[in-house]
Design a protein around this ligand. Structure first.
Ligand SMILES: C[S@@+](CC[C@H](N)C(=O)[O-])C[C@H]1O[C@@H](n2cnc3c(N)ncnc32)[C@H](O)[C@@H]1O
Length: 257
């Protein structure tokens, strides 16, 4: 089951805590560099923050999302925005030089279908970049200790790195070390736990939306414990960020990989 099927409530306030983070953009740009052209598809691109940052870097971006409300925000930024599902992209094979999926694969019912679709629409030598909070990265953080009921559904929705890499043979992993909180994702906030005590920041993450919906009492207790443990320096777990996986579609000019 996907984490949060509907972004209509989040769309208007999303950008108040979720911008394009320089800590993410750097590895993302590395993973996309070397693409044969500049046509970029941002799958699950939401309000278009990362697409806009990459347009400013010379890419011609298309934002694809299943939420009309998120797409309306992207369109208001002047971005090309197309409604659709990551598992059935409305594009012909070989339509893009680069494809990215940023903080979205955990929402997709069948990640392998979304990745197959991303590979299909890429030209030979095209670049695919994924930003993921992988299962082992979450497990190492304090999240499962303070919000134990989330363990089961986080495991269902966040594959481990070896499973992701098996779906993208030859992919390389670039570590995301959060130096900024421009994108207040769950992964970024685990590096500054005190931000989790801010209800507005929490509300812009699918993780806390689901905790609120399914485990409200456990959420309350976990937050109380965090509020005690953070100032006392007793926080359990270690947070070491997220990962960008970069993959090159075989068949490009020799040496392009
Ligand atoms: C956490 S937001 C990330 C948005 C954007 N990539 C960013 O990092 O700012 C996840 C987005 O994925 C979209 N999404 C989830 N499942 C999808 C699917 N199957 N197909 C297309 N979009 C999807 C949601 O509507 C939402 O806009």
């Amino acid at each position: 089951m996907s984490l949060l099927p509907d972004y209509s409530r989040q769309a208007l306030a999303y950008d108040s805590t979720r911008g394009a983070s320089p800590s993410v953009l750097e590895p993302l740009m590395k993973a996309l560099s070397g693409a044969p052209g500049r046509r970029l598809l941002d799958v699950g691109g939401g309000t278009g923050n990362y697409a806009l940052a990459l347009e400013r870097d010379g890419w011609e971006a298309t934002v694809l999302d299943r939420s009309p409300e998120m797409l309306a925000q992207a369109r208001a930024k002047g971005l090309r925005a197309v409604a659709g599902d990551a598992e059935a992209l409305p594009f012909a094979p070989c339509s893009f030089d680069a494809v990215m999926l940023v903080s979205m694969l955990h929402h997709v019912e069948r990640p392998e279908s979304a990745l197959a679709e991303a590979r299909r629409v890429l030209v030979a030598g095209g670049r695919l970049a994924l930003l993921v909070f992988a299962r082992e990265e979450i497990a190492g953080s304090f999240i499962p200790e303070y919000f134990p009921s989330s363990r089961r559904w986080l495991e269902e929705t966040h594959p481990p790195l070896d499973q992701l890499l098996a779906m993208l043979p030859g992919a390389r992993r670039l570590k995301v070390e959060y130096q900024d909180l421009t994108d207040g994702s769950l992964a970024a906030m685990t590096t500054r736990p005190q931000l989790i005590l801010d209800a507005h920041r929490r509300s812009q993450t699918s993780f806390f939306e689901r905790m609120e919906r399914d485990h409200a009492e456990e959420l309350r207790l976990g937050l109380e414990r965090l509020a005690r443990d953070i100032p006392a320096g007793r926080l359990a777990g270690r947070s070491d960020g997220a990962s960008v996986l970069g993959w090159v579609k075989p068949g490009g000019p020799a040496g392009s990989a």
